[in-house]
Design a binder for this molecule. Structure first.
Ligand code: PMP
Length: 465
């Protein structure tokens, strides 16, 4: 660390934090016997805590966000320059970086034309849900209000997004939820046997999992279903890359029943899987794409809901109806730091070929994870795409019974003790919190990747022998 803070300052910070901060995702009793971790500084792939301990961050800021790494001076400068000119203006007005980033983003998304700014992934998804509902009222006489979501997918933290949430434990005690959100099955081939479709694999499984969506549409009535919302590669639900043939069939089904396709790229977006967007691996034509985390790598809060001219026109053309526009605002959608940071973030990804690096490093990491699977019986499955990978831990390879959560967390804690931060997905799904998760920044080097997997190797040996 650079010595900006003395040890006295940092002890005070820890005391102030313990006295007043309510942390995300944690039962606070834990801090009666141990201190919270305060991350004080970051540079590249590495961060330092209040004790000066260094960590290789293999999860990009805990929740797959800091795609271009820490300490990027050019992003900081782009933000500072913009803030000196104009920090904020909202309502119906636009901004210079807002217009320029929208233009650059749309160049990466053939078929899409319009960017709606807001400030979190949840909010971006809410915007798309609201548009789907408004289209149902405008075009379909108040029918087609149902929004399908998938078991295991997560779309955010608001009551609306939790209504579309497939991770049941996250929802527990927060109901009642919004009506007309309907669940469809997931597409995790490793647990296909639990879905009652027999022993299918590969394309046969992909087709079956997609057909299950069609069955729900037919059961609900196609004239009541407005949209299907999916993560291209499911994140918190267990790092689930789709089986072959799945997306092609999903697209076919959406087209057949006039169901709008909403792709939640909050995690996959902006390079994480080795393409600009996860859906671009599969030749999908979405109607809505939402994104947040990697858009500005956490240097500023920004989220985008991106759609097509076809959707845009539905809200523009009929001026005889006073309700015929999207009557919505996001106060902090008017912050200019977000698009200014996002423009520079995108330039860095292009100039440093971080998409190429993501594919190369992702392949290397996948190879290393396969070696771990050969060596440790508890590693039941490894999966993912680009630098978005998971290793599912099981009690028994034959039954695929999930490893118990305490021992999975012991592996995570042991890696942290050895200086590498990894994650475990599905923290809040009972019985399923068993997938170690890796999402290092897209700047990772071969040495970084090997350090991550070597540390996991040692941690697995320590916890399981
Ligand atoms: N969608 C997905 C796939 C996510 O993983 C998340 C956050 N983890 C969200 C939406 C919500 O984003 P935010 O926390 O920015 O509201």
């Amino acid at each position: 660390m650079d010595g900006t803070y003395s040890q006295n300052d940092l002890s005070h910070v820890v005391d102030a934090d313990k006295a007043h901060v309510w942390h995300h995702l944690v039962q606070h009793k834990a801090f009666e016997t141990s201190d919270p971790r305060i991350i004080v500084e970051g540079k590249g792939m590495r961060v330092w805590d209040q004790n000066g301990k260094e960590y290789l961050d293999a999860v990009s800021g805990a929740v797959w966000t800091v795609n271009v790494g820490y300490g990027r001076e050019t992003i900081v400068k782009a933000i500072a320059d913009q803030l000196m000119k104009l920090n904020y203006f909202a309502g119906a007005a636009g901004s210079v970086p807002g217009a320029l980033f929208a233009e650059r983003l749309i160049q990466k998304m053939p078929g899409m034309t319009r960017v709606y700014y807001c400030n979190s992934g949840s909010e971006a998804n809410e915007k798309a849900f609201k548009m789907v509902r408004q289209i149902a009222h405008k075009r379909y006489g108040g029918k087609k209000t149902k929004i399908l979501y998938r078991d295991r997918d997560y779309h955010g933290t608001t009551i609306g997004c939790l209504s579309a949430g497939g991770q049941k434990q996250r929802n527990a005690q927060y109901g009642p939820f919004a009506p007309d959100f309907v669940e469809v099955p997931h597409c995790l081939e490793y647990h296909a046997a639990d879905q009652g479709w027999g022993h299918l694999s590969g394309e046969a499984y992909g087709q079956r999992a997609a057909d299950a969506i069609e069955e729900v549409i037919l059961r609900e009535g196609p004239d009541t279903v407005g949209a299907l919302c999916l993560e291209p590669v499911t994140a918190g639900g267990g790092v689930i890359a789709p089986p072959p043939g799945y997306w092609e069939r999903v697209q076919e089904i959406c087209t057949k029943y006039d169901v709008l396709l909403h792709i939640d790229e909050v995690v996959c977006g902006v390079g994480r899987t080795g393409e600009w967007f996860g859906y671009q691996h599969y030749g999908i034509k979405p109607d809505f794409v939402t994104m947040a985390k990697g858009v500005a790598s956490g240097y500023a809060a920004i989220a985008c809901m991106v759609t097509t001219e076809k959707v845009f026109d539905m809200f523009k053309d009929d001026t005889s109806d006073p309700l015929n526009y999207f009557r919505d605002i996001s106060t902090f959608g008017g912050c200019t730091a977000g698009p200014a940071a996002a423009l520079e973030n995108m330039r860095i990804i292009e100039d440093e070929d971080l998409l190429g690096n993501t594919t190369r490093m992702g392949d290397r990491m996948m190879g290393n994870l396969h070696e771990l699977m050969n060596k440790h019986a508890v590693v039941g499955d490894v999966r993912g795409k680009g630098l978005f990978l998971g290793a599912e831990l099981v009690q028994d390879r034959a039954t695929r019974e999930p490893m118990d959560e305490k021992r999975v967390q012991a592996v995570v804690a042991e890696c942290a003790a050895q200086g590498v931060m990894i994650g475990a997905t599905n923290r809040s799904v009972p019985g399923y919190n068993n997938t170690l998760c890796f999402s290092p920044a897209l700047i990772a080097t071969p040495d970084d990747i090997d350090q991550i997997t070597d540390t996991v190797d040692k941690a697995l040996t320590k916890v399981f022998g």
